[in-house]
Ligand binder design. Structure first.
Ligand code: GLA
Length: 383
């Protein structure tokens, strides 16, 4: 049974009738540009062919009644005419509740709905399972109320829900790519202006995601600590964000910053430059140049930003030994575990899979990796 059929079955079992609408929003993988989004910088992610999907039907009251496949069909409900409370027992529903809250704060008149949710984005792996749930929820609640809210705005609403309701101070990358991704393309996003430029992924290139299965927590202090360190560095220069600093400026002031803040800032400043260069390289189909930039990005995350862990560094080395200069590999996402992304010639996929399967357990204390060969996919929409 495919995802949509399973979802339909869950919906019918829970609500006793057929859904009238289906919506989806994809997870994402970031090719390059890590921890740059909340510094008003650049990122180059693509949406992947794993997604959150919602089946919905209208209700004739002001209630949202929701169920989720990954949580054994647990059912939760809340009223749109009252302040929406957090849920302790149905934690997953806080993404739905958060998005509803932000929409209501914006005085959008929502309508009661029944919704069933299913997703196949691995949770806690750094592939944006939360962001795509926020985006697909925003899409569902607005479309079911007949409201034509733009995808960009839905991304911002999702981010606001995560920042204010769920309590994670994430940037805008994940929601923007989930909302606005395009098939077979990566998206260069300017996280200050929210301008986007689509960059085709070369036909012969495969996007491979290797999940280390090292568990990570984003709401976790490390993410917010990095953010605070970046803000402190920007403040030192009297600018709004690290986006406004060049490497020359940073180097000229090296003695004025403490060593740790300096290295954190150096990661962000150099990563922004690499991301812009990567968009050009990818656009001309230059996988070798992508490979160099992705390698530098990984070292910068490992040594300056200090967000990688040994099993992740291990995967990067294993893949690099197979692909040489013909493609790139780096950790992707927030860090401290999660996934590695590789952009490689399609004919290397089998060799990479084999090498990771064989060698990863020896550098991970026996953990086994999951490997996904992905296709860059369209952003949120009807399903
Ligand atoms: C997480 C956040 C994003 C971004 C990345 C790091 O995925 O949700 O906003 O900051 O980490 O690049």
């Amino acid at each position: 049974m495919n995802q949509k059929q399973t979802l339909t079955e869950l919906f019918e079992k829970t609500f006793g009738h057929q859904p009238t609408h289906y919506f989806q929003a994809p997870g994402r993988v970031n090719l390059i540009g890590e921890h740059t989004d909340y510094n008003d910088g650049y990122v180059l992610p693509c949406a992947i062919d794993y997604q959150a999907m919602i089946a919905a039907s209208p209700r004739d009251d002001q209630k949202v009644m929701a169920t989720a496949h990954s949580y054994d069909g647990q059912v939760t409900e809340f009223e749109l005419s009252l302040p929406v409370p957090h849920s302790e027992e149905a934690f997953w529903s806080n993404y739905v509740r958060g998005v509803a809250t932000v929409l209501l704060e914006k005085e959008m008149s929502l309508k009661g709905v029944n919704i069933a949710i299913i997703g196949n984005v691995p949770q806690g792996a750094g592939l944006s399972s939360s962001a795509c749930l926020e985006v697909v929820t925003g899409l569902t609640l607005t479309r079911m109320a007949g409201l034509d809210v733009s995808l960009k705005e839905l991304a911002l609403i999702g981010q606001q829900a995560e920042n204010e309701f769920v309590g994670c101070k994430c940037g805008i990358m994940d929601q923007m790519i989930s909302a606005c991704g395009k098939e077979d393309h990566a998206m260069l996003l300017d996280c200050r202006s929210l301008d986007t430029r689509l960059v085709p992924i070369p036909e012969n290139a495969a996007v491979v995601i290797i999940n280390s299965n090292v568990k990570r927590g984003l709401v976790d202090s490390e993410y917010n600590t990095r953010r605070a360190q970046c803000e402190a560095a920007a403040q030192h220069f009297g600018v709004k964000a690290l986006r406004d600093i060049t490497l020359d400026q940073l180097e000229a002031s090296q003695g004025e910053l403490d060593e740790l803040t300096y290295r954190r800032a150096r990661h962000v400043v150099t990563e922004n430059d690499r991301t812009l260069a990567a968009a050009e390289a990818l656009g001309r189909g230059d996988l070798e140049a992508m490979g160099r930039l992705m390698a530098e990005s990984h070292l910068s995350m490992r040594d300056d930003f200090e967000i990688t862990v040994p099993p992740i560094d291990g995967i990067v080395d294993i893949v690099k030994a197979v692909i040489g200069s013909k493609g790139g590999v780096r950790m992707t996402g927030g860090g401290f575990g999660g996934c590695v992304v590789a952009l490689i010639p399609a004919e290397k996929v089998d060799a990479v899979k084999q090498a990771v399967t064989e060698h990863y357990p020896t550098c991970s204390n026996g953990l086994v990796a999951d490997i996904y060969v992905c296709r860059a996919s369209r952003g949120a929409g009807e399903a």
